[in-house]
Design a protein around this ligand. Structure first.
Ligand SMILES: [Zn+2]
Ligand SMILES: [Zn+2]
Length: 218
C-alpha cells in the first residue's frame, strides 16, 4: 500500500487502450490478444522516447494463476531520439518482451508488484517499466555515427571527408603569454588581489545602502 505505484494509480478506465478485461478468464485458463494502441505521453527516458500517439503493436497473453493474472506481452514501438554523439534527431523502433504478475491483492504485490483493479488489468505501468529498461542511455543515430568535430562542432557526417583543422598556433602562443615560464604560483597572487578587491567593494556597497537608522547606531 505504501508503494508509490499504487498511489499514482487512478481509477482504471475500462476502455483505456492499455486496459485488459480479465473477468472472462476462467480458472487456469489463458487468452491472447493483439492490439495496436496509441503511445501514452512521456513514454521513454531522457534522450529517447516513444512519440506520444505513436502506434504500439501489442501481443498479450493473459493467464489466470492463483495469485492473479500472469501477463506475457511483446510490444513493438516507434522511437524518436537525440543522438548522443552528433545531437541529431533520429527515428528508429524497438521491441520489448516482458512477463509480469498482476496480483489481486495489494498484500501480495510486494515492493515492485503490479495490482489488478478488480477485473481490470492496466498494462501501462508494466509497459513503461519494460520499455524504459530497454531504451539505451546513450542512443546513437547509427552505430558508426562519427559525432561532432571537437574543434568547430560541425557534424562530421555532413562535413567534407577528411575534415580537419590546422593546429592553431595563435591560441598556443597566447596561452604561453598567459602562463609565463617560471611563474609557478599564479593562483596565490591572483587570489589575494581578488579577495582584497572584493572586500573593498562590499564595504563601499554596504556603506552605500546603509539606512538612516544604521548611520545613527554608528
Ligand atoms: Zn549521430
Ligand atoms: Zn571542425
Amino acid at each position: 500500500m505504501q508503494n508509490a505505484r499504487y498511489k499514482k494509480t487512478k481509477r482504471t478506465d475500462p476502455h483505456g487502450p492499455l486496459v485488459f478485461q480479465t473477468a472472462t478468464l476462467g480458472p487456469a485458463s489463458a487468452r491472447s490478444e493483439e492490439r495496436v494502441v496509441p503511445a501514452p505521453a512521456d513514454l521513454g527516458s531522457g534522450m529517447v522516447r516513444v512519440p506520444e500517439g505513436g502506434e504500439i503493436s501489442l501481443r498479450v497473453l493473459l493467464e489466470e494463476v492463483s495469485e492473479g493474472v500472469l501477463v506475457t506481452a511483446s510490444a513493438a514501438a516507434p522511437l524518436i531520439g537525440e543522438c548522443s554523439r552528433c545531437l541529431d534527431e533520429f527515428r528508429s523502433s524497438t521491441e520489448v518482451t516482458f512477463s509480469e504478475l498482476f496480483v489481486a491483492s495489494a498484500d501480495d504485490a510486494g515492493e515492485d508488484g503490479y495490482l489488478l483493479d478488480g477485473d481490470l488489468l492496466d498494462l501501462e505501468p508494466a509497459l513503461r517499466d519494460a520499455l524504459v529498461l530497454e531504451l539505451p542511455l546513450s542512443p546513437l543515430c547509427s552505430a558508426d555515427c562519427a559525432g561532432l568535430c571537437g574543434i568547430c562542432g560541425v557534424r562530421l557526417a555532413d562535413a567534407d571527408p577528411g575534415h580537419w583543422h590546422e593546429p592553431d598556433a595563435g591560441v598556443w602562443s597566447a596561452l604561453k603569454d598567459f602562463f609565463p615560464a617560471g611563474h609557478d604560483r599564479p593562483g596565490a597572487e591572483a587570489g589575494d588581489t581578488r579577495s582584497a578587491g572584493d572586500e573593498s567593494g562590499n564595504g563601499s556597497s554596504r556603506a552605500g545602502t546603509t539606512d538612516p537608522g544604521g548611520t545613527k547606531e554608528r
